[in-house]
Design a protein around this ligand. Structure first.
Ligand code: ASP
Length: 324
Protein backbone atom coordinates (compact mmCIF):
# COMPACT_ATOMS: atom_id res chain seq x y z
CA UNK A 1 0.00 0.00 0.00
CA UNK A 2 1.29 3.48 -0.83
CA UNK A 3 2.20 5.53 2.18
CA UNK A 4 -0.46 8.16 1.48
CA UNK A 5 -3.19 5.54 1.22
CA UNK A 6 -2.02 3.88 4.39
CA UNK A 7 -2.40 7.15 6.23
CA UNK A 8 -5.86 7.65 4.80
CA UNK A 9 -7.01 4.16 5.74
CA UNK A 10 -5.60 4.37 9.23
CA UNK A 11 -7.43 7.59 9.95
CA UNK A 12 -4.22 8.87 11.45
CA UNK A 13 -4.01 11.88 9.19
CA UNK A 14 -7.53 12.98 10.05
CA UNK A 15 -6.78 12.52 13.73
CA UNK A 16 -4.05 15.11 13.35
CA UNK A 17 -1.28 12.63 14.07
CA UNK A 18 0.65 12.91 10.82
CA UNK A 19 3.80 10.79 10.92
CA UNK A 20 7.12 12.51 10.45
CA UNK A 21 8.46 13.03 6.95
CA UNK A 22 11.37 10.67 7.62
CA UNK A 23 9.07 7.87 8.77
CA UNK A 24 9.35 4.98 6.36
CA UNK A 25 8.13 1.42 6.48
CA UNK A 26 10.61 -0.87 8.14
CA UNK A 27 11.93 -2.32 4.89
CA UNK A 28 13.20 1.16 4.00
CA UNK A 29 14.98 2.08 7.19
CA UNK A 30 17.08 -0.01 9.51
CA UNK A 31 16.58 0.96 13.10
CA UNK A 32 19.86 1.31 14.93
CA UNK A 33 19.76 -0.40 18.32
CA UNK A 34 19.56 1.91 21.28
CA UNK A 35 21.19 1.66 24.70
CA UNK A 36 19.70 -0.62 27.36
CA UNK A 37 16.54 0.62 29.05
CA UNK A 38 13.44 -0.68 30.78
CA UNK A 39 9.95 0.73 31.22
CA UNK A 40 6.89 -0.55 32.98
CA UNK A 41 3.32 0.42 33.72
CA UNK A 42 2.24 2.33 36.81
CA UNK A 43 4.08 3.31 39.95
CA UNK A 44 4.79 -0.26 41.05
CA UNK A 45 7.08 -0.24 38.01
CA UNK A 46 9.72 1.74 39.92
CA UNK A 47 10.72 -1.20 42.13
CA UNK A 48 10.24 -3.67 39.30
CA UNK A 49 12.53 -1.60 37.07
CA UNK A 50 15.21 -1.63 39.77
CA UNK A 51 15.34 -5.41 39.65
CA UNK A 52 15.25 -5.42 35.86
CA UNK A 53 17.98 -2.81 35.67
CA UNK A 54 20.23 -4.87 37.94
CA UNK A 55 20.14 -7.52 35.18
CA UNK A 56 20.52 -5.14 32.23
CA UNK A 57 23.37 -3.25 33.89
CA UNK A 58 25.33 -6.50 34.15
CA UNK A 59 24.79 -7.05 30.42
CA UNK A 60 22.12 -9.62 31.16
CA UNK A 61 19.35 -10.41 28.69
CA UNK A 62 16.16 -8.43 28.32
CA UNK A 63 14.29 -11.69 28.92
CA UNK A 64 15.93 -12.23 32.33
CA UNK A 65 15.41 -8.56 33.10
CA UNK A 66 11.65 -8.52 32.50
CA UNK A 67 11.12 -11.76 34.40
CA UNK A 68 13.12 -10.57 37.43
CA UNK A 69 11.44 -7.19 37.24
CA UNK A 70 7.78 -8.19 37.28
CA UNK A 71 8.40 -10.92 39.87
CA UNK A 72 9.01 -8.10 42.36
CA UNK A 73 5.48 -6.75 41.81
CA UNK A 74 3.95 -10.23 41.79
CA UNK A 75 5.48 -10.98 45.18
CA UNK A 76 4.56 -7.63 46.75
CA UNK A 77 1.43 -8.14 48.88
CA UNK A 78 0.77 -4.39 48.81
CA UNK A 79 0.26 -4.38 45.06
CA UNK A 80 -3.41 -5.35 44.83
CA UNK A 81 -3.58 -5.86 41.11
CA UNK A 82 -0.80 -8.38 40.52
CA UNK A 83 0.16 -11.74 42.03
CA UNK A 84 0.20 -12.15 45.82
CA UNK A 85 -2.40 -9.86 47.40
CA UNK A 86 -4.21 -9.29 44.10
CA UNK A 87 -7.90 -8.45 44.42
CA UNK A 88 -10.00 -11.57 43.88
CA UNK A 89 -12.88 -12.33 41.54
CA UNK A 90 -16.48 -12.06 42.74
CA UNK A 91 -16.21 -15.47 44.40
CA UNK A 92 -13.21 -14.38 46.45
CA UNK A 93 -10.66 -16.33 44.39
CA UNK A 94 -7.43 -14.74 43.19
CA UNK A 95 -6.86 -15.84 39.59
CA UNK A 96 -3.77 -14.71 37.72
CA UNK A 97 -2.86 -14.11 34.08
CA UNK A 98 0.65 -13.59 32.67
CA UNK A 99 2.74 -13.83 29.54
CA UNK A 100 6.31 -13.32 28.41
CA UNK A 101 7.90 -12.91 24.96
CA UNK A 102 11.51 -12.73 23.81
CA UNK A 103 13.52 -11.38 20.87
CA UNK A 104 13.15 -14.61 18.88
CA UNK A 105 9.35 -14.44 19.13
CA UNK A 106 9.33 -17.28 21.63
CA UNK A 107 6.44 -16.80 24.01
CA UNK A 108 4.69 -18.43 26.94
CA UNK A 109 1.49 -17.67 28.82
CA UNK A 110 -0.68 -18.80 31.70
CA UNK A 111 -4.24 -17.79 32.47
CA UNK A 112 -6.77 -18.37 35.24
CA UNK A 113 -3.94 -19.68 37.40
CA UNK A 114 -4.57 -19.95 41.13
CA UNK A 115 -2.30 -20.35 44.15
CA UNK A 116 0.99 -19.67 42.39
CA UNK A 117 2.80 -16.48 43.39
CA UNK A 118 4.89 -15.90 40.26
CA UNK A 119 2.87 -16.72 37.16
CA UNK A 120 5.45 -14.94 34.96
CA UNK A 121 8.01 -17.62 35.77
CA UNK A 122 5.46 -20.34 35.01
CA UNK A 123 4.80 -18.63 31.66
CA UNK A 124 8.52 -18.69 30.97
CA UNK A 125 8.66 -22.38 31.85
CA UNK A 126 5.78 -23.04 29.42
CA UNK A 127 7.79 -21.22 26.76
CA UNK A 128 11.06 -23.00 27.46
CA UNK A 129 10.08 -26.52 28.43
CA UNK A 130 6.91 -27.37 26.53
CA UNK A 131 5.92 -27.37 22.85
CA UNK A 132 3.01 -25.06 23.80
CA UNK A 133 2.47 -21.36 24.28
CA UNK A 134 -0.51 -21.17 26.59
CA UNK A 135 -1.69 -23.18 29.62
CA UNK A 136 -4.80 -22.31 31.62
CA UNK A 137 -6.59 -23.14 34.83
CA UNK A 138 -6.05 -26.47 36.55
CA UNK A 139 -3.65 -27.67 33.88
CA UNK A 140 -1.48 -24.59 34.36
CA UNK A 141 -1.54 -25.10 38.12
CA UNK A 142 -0.60 -28.78 37.82
CA UNK A 143 2.23 -27.90 35.44
CA UNK A 144 3.50 -25.23 37.84
CA UNK A 145 3.50 -27.66 40.76
CA UNK A 146 5.31 -30.28 38.69
CA UNK A 147 7.91 -27.64 37.88
CA UNK A 148 8.45 -27.06 41.61
CA UNK A 149 6.50 -23.85 42.17
CA UNK A 150 5.04 -23.84 45.70
CA UNK A 151 1.31 -23.69 46.45
CA UNK A 152 0.63 -20.28 48.01
CA UNK A 153 -2.49 -18.66 49.47
CA UNK A 154 -2.69 -15.45 47.44
CA UNK A 155 -5.67 -13.80 49.14
CA UNK A 156 -4.22 -11.49 51.79
CA UNK A 157 -6.21 -10.14 54.71
CA UNK A 158 -6.27 -6.70 53.10
CA UNK A 159 -7.65 -8.00 49.80
CA UNK A 160 -10.16 -10.27 51.53
CA UNK A 161 -11.50 -7.26 53.49
CA UNK A 162 -11.74 -5.20 50.30
CA UNK A 163 -13.67 -8.02 48.62
CA UNK A 164 -16.05 -8.37 51.58
CA UNK A 165 -16.71 -4.66 51.50
CA UNK A 166 -17.38 -4.81 47.77
CA UNK A 167 -19.81 -7.69 48.30
CA UNK A 168 -21.82 -5.70 50.85
CA UNK A 169 -22.29 -2.85 48.41
CA UNK A 170 -22.51 -4.86 45.24
CA UNK A 171 -25.27 -3.37 43.12
CA UNK A 172 -24.05 -3.28 39.59
CA UNK A 173 -23.83 -6.55 37.70
CA UNK A 174 -20.51 -5.37 36.24
CA UNK A 175 -18.06 -3.64 38.55
CA UNK A 176 -16.89 -0.33 37.12
CA UNK A 177 -13.39 0.03 35.81
CA UNK A 178 -11.40 2.63 37.66
CA UNK A 179 -7.90 3.18 38.88
CA UNK A 180 -8.53 1.30 42.11
CA UNK A 181 -9.69 -1.99 40.66
CA UNK A 182 -7.58 -2.11 37.52
CA UNK A 183 -3.83 -2.23 37.06
CA UNK A 184 -1.28 -4.63 35.71
CA UNK A 185 2.43 -4.63 35.32
CA UNK A 186 3.55 -4.65 31.73
CA UNK A 187 7.30 -4.31 31.23
CA UNK A 188 9.42 -3.82 28.11
CA UNK A 189 13.22 -3.97 28.01
CA UNK A 190 16.08 -3.49 25.57
CA UNK A 191 19.42 -5.12 26.43
CA UNK A 192 23.08 -4.48 25.55
CA UNK A 193 22.83 -6.93 22.63
CA UNK A 194 20.05 -4.80 21.16
CA UNK A 195 17.41 -7.42 21.94
CA UNK A 196 13.90 -6.72 23.15
CA UNK A 197 11.69 -8.72 25.50
CA UNK A 198 8.47 -8.08 27.39
CA UNK A 199 6.39 -9.41 30.27
CA UNK A 200 2.85 -8.75 31.43
CA UNK A 201 1.20 -10.03 34.63
CA UNK A 202 -2.00 -9.25 36.51
CA UNK A 203 -4.76 -10.43 38.80
CA UNK A 204 -7.09 -8.80 36.28
CA UNK A 205 -10.30 -6.89 36.72
CA UNK A 206 -11.16 -6.88 40.41
CA UNK A 207 -14.35 -8.80 41.27
CA UNK A 208 -14.58 -10.14 37.73
CA UNK A 209 -16.74 -13.17 36.93
CA UNK A 210 -15.05 -16.40 37.98
CA UNK A 211 -13.25 -17.70 34.89
CA UNK A 212 -12.76 -14.32 33.22
CA UNK A 213 -9.45 -13.87 31.40
CA UNK A 214 -8.32 -10.46 30.21
CA UNK A 215 -5.83 -9.24 27.66
CA UNK A 216 -2.72 -9.56 29.81
CA UNK A 217 -1.84 -13.21 29.08
CA UNK A 218 -2.81 -12.99 25.41
CA UNK A 219 0.15 -12.60 23.10
CA UNK A 220 -0.71 -9.77 20.73
CA UNK A 221 -3.23 -8.20 23.11
CA UNK A 222 -1.54 -7.52 26.47
CA UNK A 223 1.98 -7.88 25.08
CA UNK A 224 3.81 -8.20 21.79
CA UNK A 225 7.47 -8.18 20.81
CA UNK A 226 8.96 -8.18 17.34
CA UNK A 227 12.70 -7.74 17.57
CA UNK A 228 12.91 -6.24 14.08
CA UNK A 229 10.64 -3.43 15.15
CA UNK A 230 9.77 -2.95 18.79
CA UNK A 231 7.63 -4.07 21.70
CA UNK A 232 4.36 -2.97 23.27
CA UNK A 233 2.17 -3.77 26.25
CA UNK A 234 -1.23 -2.68 27.49
CA UNK A 235 -3.07 -1.96 30.70
CA UNK A 236 -6.68 -1.13 31.43
CA UNK A 237 -9.87 -2.78 30.27
CA UNK A 238 -8.65 -6.01 28.74
CA UNK A 239 -11.85 -6.67 26.82
CA UNK A 240 -11.26 -3.49 24.78
CA UNK A 241 -7.58 -4.30 24.21
CA UNK A 242 -8.41 -7.79 22.92
CA UNK A 243 -10.93 -6.36 20.43
CA UNK A 244 -8.19 -4.49 18.58
CA UNK A 245 -5.31 -6.95 19.22
CA UNK A 246 -3.83 -3.94 20.99
CA UNK A 247 -0.12 -4.63 21.47
CA UNK A 248 0.29 -6.36 18.11
CA UNK A 249 -1.40 -3.37 16.51
CA UNK A 250 1.04 -0.96 18.16
CA UNK A 251 4.04 -3.00 16.97
CA UNK A 252 2.64 -3.33 13.46
CA UNK A 253 2.11 0.42 13.26
CA UNK A 254 5.75 0.90 14.24
CA UNK A 255 6.71 -1.49 11.46
CA UNK A 256 4.96 0.86 9.06
CA UNK A 257 6.98 3.84 10.21
CA UNK A 258 5.07 5.20 13.17
CA UNK A 259 7.07 6.33 16.16
CA UNK A 260 6.24 4.48 19.41
CA UNK A 261 4.25 7.52 20.57
CA UNK A 262 2.28 7.78 17.31
CA UNK A 263 1.60 4.05 17.38
CA UNK A 264 0.18 4.20 20.91
CA UNK A 265 -2.00 7.16 19.94
CA UNK A 266 -3.32 5.40 16.87
CA UNK A 267 -4.15 2.27 18.90
CA UNK A 268 -6.18 4.45 21.27
CA UNK A 269 -7.96 5.90 18.20
CA UNK A 270 -8.87 2.32 17.23
CA UNK A 271 -10.26 1.66 20.71
CA UNK A 272 -12.32 4.82 20.43
CA UNK A 273 -13.60 3.87 16.99
CA UNK A 274 -14.67 0.39 18.11
CA UNK A 275 -16.52 1.42 21.28
CA UNK A 276 -19.62 3.56 21.20
CA UNK A 277 -19.55 4.08 24.94
CA UNK A 278 -16.18 5.10 26.33
CA UNK A 279 -17.50 5.82 29.80
CA UNK A 280 -14.94 4.48 32.25
CA UNK A 281 -13.12 2.66 29.49
CA UNK A 282 -9.52 3.25 30.41
CA UNK A 283 -6.79 1.67 28.30
CA UNK A 284 -3.13 2.64 28.18
CA UNK A 285 -0.37 1.48 25.86
CA UNK A 286 3.40 1.53 26.30
CA UNK A 287 5.78 1.05 23.39
CA UNK A 288 9.51 0.80 22.86
CA UNK A 289 11.31 0.47 19.55
CA UNK A 290 14.71 -1.03 18.77
CA UNK A 291 16.31 2.39 18.94
CA UNK A 292 15.15 2.87 22.50
CA UNK A 293 12.45 5.41 21.64
CA UNK A 294 9.46 5.25 23.95
CA UNK A 295 5.75 5.99 23.59
CA UNK A 296 2.84 6.01 26.04
CA UNK A 297 -0.76 7.07 25.55
CA UNK A 298 -4.09 6.33 27.22
CA UNK A 299 -7.77 6.99 26.69
CA UNK A 300 -8.15 8.86 30.00
CA UNK A 301 -5.77 10.91 32.11
CA UNK A 302 -3.91 9.23 34.95
CA UNK A 303 -1.82 6.55 33.26
CA UNK A 304 1.83 6.79 34.22
CA UNK A 305 4.86 4.56 33.85
CA UNK A 306 8.32 4.02 35.29
CA UNK A 307 11.39 4.44 33.08
CA UNK A 308 14.99 3.49 33.74
CA UNK A 309 18.24 3.62 31.79
CA UNK A 310 21.89 4.31 32.62
CA UNK A 311 21.19 8.03 33.03
CA UNK A 312 17.73 8.28 34.49
CA UNK A 313 15.22 6.66 36.78
CA UNK A 314 11.85 8.36 36.79
CA UNK A 315 8.08 8.25 36.67
CA UNK A 316 6.58 9.69 33.50
CA UNK A 317 3.03 10.67 32.69
CA UNK A 318 1.52 9.25 29.52
CA UNK A 319 -0.29 11.61 27.17
CA UNK A 320 -4.04 11.01 27.04
CA UNK A 321 -7.10 11.59 24.98
CA UNK A 322 -9.52 12.95 27.56
CA UNK A 323 -10.09 13.79 31.21
CA UNK A 324 -12.28 11.58 33.38
N1 ASP B 1 -5.61 -5.38 31.49
C1 ASP B 1 -5.90 -6.11 32.70
C2 ASP B 1 -7.12 -6.95 32.50
O1 ASP B 1 -8.04 -6.54 31.83
C3 ASP B 1 -6.06 -5.30 33.92
C4 ASP B 1 -5.47 -3.94 33.96
O2 ASP B 1 -4.51 -3.64 33.29
O3 ASP B 1 -5.94 -3.10 34.71
O4 ASP B 1 -7.18 -8.00 33.10
Amino acid sequence: MKRRNFLKVSGLASAGLAVSAEAKPLEQRRLISGAPCVLSTWRHGVDANKAAWAVLDQKGSALDAVESGVRVTESDPESQSVGLGGLPDREGKVTLDACIMDHESNCGAVAFLQNIENPISVARRVMETTPHVFLAGKGAYRFAREQGFPHTELLTEKSRKAWEKWRENEKAEKPPINQENHDTIGMLALDAEGNLSGACTTSGWAYKLHGRVGDSPIIGAGLFVDNEVGAACATGMGEAVIRIAGSATVVELMRHGYSPQQACQEAVERIKAKHKDLKGLQVGFLALNRSGEVGAHSVYAGFDYAYRDAQSEEMRKASFDRNW
